[in-house]
Design a protein around this ligand. Sequence first.
Ligand code: DQQ
Length: 543
Amino acid sequence: DPTSQPYRTGYHFQPAKNWMNDPNGPMIYKGIYHLFYQYNPYGAVWGNIVWAHSTSTDLVNWTPHEIALTPSDPVDGHGCWSGSATLLPRGKPAILYTGLVDSKETQVQNLAMPKNCSDPYLKEWFKYENNPILSAPIPINATLFRDPSTAWLGPDQRWRMAVGSLIDNREGLILLYTSKDFEHWIKTNNPLHSEKHTGMWECPDFFPVSTGDQNGVDTSILGPNVKHVLKISLFDYHRDCYTIGTYDVNKDKFIPEEGKVGGVPGLRYDYGKFYASKSFFDSAKNRRILWAWVNESSSWGDDIKKGWSGLQTIPRSLWLDKSGKQLVQWPIVEIESLRENQVDLPSKFLEGRSLLETSGVTAAQADIEISFEIKEFDKAEVLDPSWTNPQLLCSHKGASVESGLGPFGLLVLASKDLQEYTAVFFRIYKGQNKYVVLMCSDQSSSSLNNKNDKTSYGAFLNVDPVHEKLLLRSLIDHSIVESFGGGGKACITARVYPILAIENDAHLYAFNYGNEKVNITSLRTWSMKKAQINIANPIKSVA
Ligand code: DQQ
């Protein structure tokens, strides 16, 4: 039974069984949240891809529906790949998605619409009779032409959609198309954006963010009060990168403010496992919400044995940081409705090389927030200027490597004897003219099962530890740990499969393996209730 296993999650979105990858077409329609996703109805590995569909009223509990889009010749007989939803004027939804027309993975773009717009659950969809609406333009390779974005409407009353692609020199690019009627689309002369030596760009997401507050704005909003974000999924590196910039709607060009969108050292939504993300504007609560696929770190054999593969992140609100230079993400507030049995620890010093167990929490299914304050910086080590790659730094200096200031943070999904643990922590270094905070998620001791990928992840956190507290929140859910540093300025998601630290044998600790003491100013834990997620018949018959 795939639903009763130690790695099955309690409050993360996943289907009852089988393979899931990218989130597709998230939207809110008549007060109902919709999530579609790439799904294999026949097994726990990628293949036979359809659009599965679930709806929710609170983004926490989800009802499964019939498959929304299933392959049919001639426009998508070999797969219904990723795409997006757009709300047309008068609120009518439309789906743009990639169809695979043959076994060689030739890709076209298709349009689908609801059969009955008065059904808020949008249970049935039909494919537009003149599909495909787009085939790959010369000289684009038709196997590298996919993932239409949510469309936005320009002041010229033309819709725009972005499609991911690749040309010579491993140049990733975003093709841009415009349309007056959503059915006939014309390619613009220049791509929306492109960059050499980055490889294929998948799943583009392009949207405005408000410069004045944390509210989200509709995808078609332009003007002086917004900046634009371009997110791409880098196929060669399996990571989601974004850049903030301005969008010139007359030239249909995106101008990044700094750096490169495709650069491996660039900004990422999440520095761990997180891919093919997609955002949507939630008009009910004026926020932009982000979803992403979190794949397994276990072996194919183990995935087939457990009968499922893939999770979605907890949906995250997303907004522009006060600095204007990066985005901030935070789990949607609705998830807090699952919190119970709050335990508060009084503020206290955590001496060097010490451990503090938090009890009274179901540590395998929990939410924890901890805040550290540093007073003494003398012992901080000097950051070697050549240490520019935070992930490498975290893998060289795992949780067991002591230093002056850090590592300090959390040991989650830990066994009693600490044979197994996942460590999420900070280290503080002396940089050129400021202190540098490194955030790590170290999976190297997460499981005695060595068939899992236990790569460590890391990010530099844009927080000044002299003037600000160091906040860390982790959402722990059996085989996933989603961590938010600095109130969501750096996020790291990890998948782990402990053998000992499961269910009631999982423990949770705060730790400080550095030499210098740190002050825990607050430590709050909650057990998390189980959400009703994709259970076909949640109401048991009493007859
Ligand atoms: N997954 C889909 C593609 C997309 C990729 C196929 C990204 O449309 O490019 O399942 O994970």
